[in-house]
Design a protein around this ligand. Structure first.
Ligand code: SF4
Length: 306
């Protein structure tokens, strides 16, 4: 058998990388360096452990992913000209969720780290059944809202060959750094404008959302060659439901680029060898805010006393 070429840990930038870095440097180290290679069955035990912890999602993150996947599936069906019976579709989604929840509770992810792994199970967080029920109710609400959204009706009136469900590139080069950021969905409006959509399932954080949407405008320019003034960004909060349209101009884009540069520079400044993307754990301090630690995936390794 021929050996697979080894993957190299190349530096790249994403929104979640940026927010991890802001929250806690040590967590950033674990997530992007310490756990690297842990998918190999013969990885050193501590690397493997970090990798499994890295995969954990909070129940809210998990619910968000379930909604995103279901929306993507629905858009695929619409693109292929199929219709969707809403209630049976939602029932299936909830049924799959139940299966994933059971798999996580049984700890399957310890052998199969790609299967759903919930923080609440790994850390034995005691939650009443109502908390889990509320979660699946939220997923149902978000999906029901999705199917009723006037924005969806607008999308369905446009030509599906021009929809982007997953085929546009997710990564682009920004001044020598690979940037991983792509909107959830894109389509061309009847007026010939590019519309990018972000499905949201949780509470809004206006600052973070503005930065993210700014990055999408950058994406439109870099990947699709569309000027920011020709792009409409829609933040679709499926919980409410509420759709917020945003427009960009070149000047605001400049500010986003500056924010990106600064973020990349700060991350690189922490590296022992920025060229080779090599990091040393001792350079990455632990946060002093123990409220962050409480919900941190790496708590068991980093602050077991909590
Ligand atoms: S437990 Fe706290 S200090 Fe350690 S990585 Fe997590 S957030 Fe950072």
């Amino acid at each position: 058998m021929r050996a697979m070429p080894a993957l190299t840990n190349d530096f790249s930038w994403s929104r979640s990388r940026d927010s991890t870095f802001q929250e806690c440097r040590r967590r950033y180290f674990y997530r992007y360096y310490g756990s690297w290679g842990g998918w190999e069955a013969d990885a050193p035990a501590e690397v493997r452990r970090l990798y499994i912890l890295k995969q954990l999602s909070s129940r809210q993150q998990w619910a968000g992913r379930v909604v995103h996947d279901a929306v993507e599936m629905a858009l695929h069906a619409f693109r292929d000209g199929r219709d969707i019976p809403v209630e049976p579709f939602i029932r299936d989604v909830i049924e799959r969720m139940r299966g994933e929840w059971k798999s996580s509770r049984a700890g399957r992810y310890r052998e199969n780290p790609k299967t759903v792994a919930l923080f609440e199970h790994e850390y034995a967080v005691d939650l009443p059944p109502e908390a889990w029920q509320a979660l699946s109710r939220n997923v149902s609400t978000c999906l029901r809202n999705f199917f009723r959204l006037p924005l969806l009706a607008t999308i369905r009136r446009t030509s599906p060959e021009h929809w982007s469900i997953e085929h546009w590139s997710k990564v682009f080069d920004f001044e020598g750094t690979q940037i991983w950021i792509a909107p959830d969905f894109g389509f061309w409006t009847g007026e010939g404008r590019l519309a990018l959509v972000d499905w949201k399932t949780g509470g809004a954080n206006p600052d973070a959302a503005a930065f993210q949407l700014g990055c999408y405008a950058l994406y439109a320019q870099a990947v699709l060659g569309v000027a920011p003034r020709d792009v409409d960004l829609y933040e679709a909060n499926l919980r409410e439901p509420q759709v917020t349209p945003l427009r960009w101009d070149d000047e605001r884009l400049e500010a986003i680029q500056e924010q990106l540069r600064l973020s990349i520079r700060s991350m690189k400044a922490y590296l022992a060898d920025p060229e080779a993307n090599v990091a040393a754990i001792t350079d990455f301090e632990r946060t002093e805010d123990l409220r962050i630690c409480k919900w941190c995936n790496f708590r068991a390794v980093c602050r077991p006393e909590l």
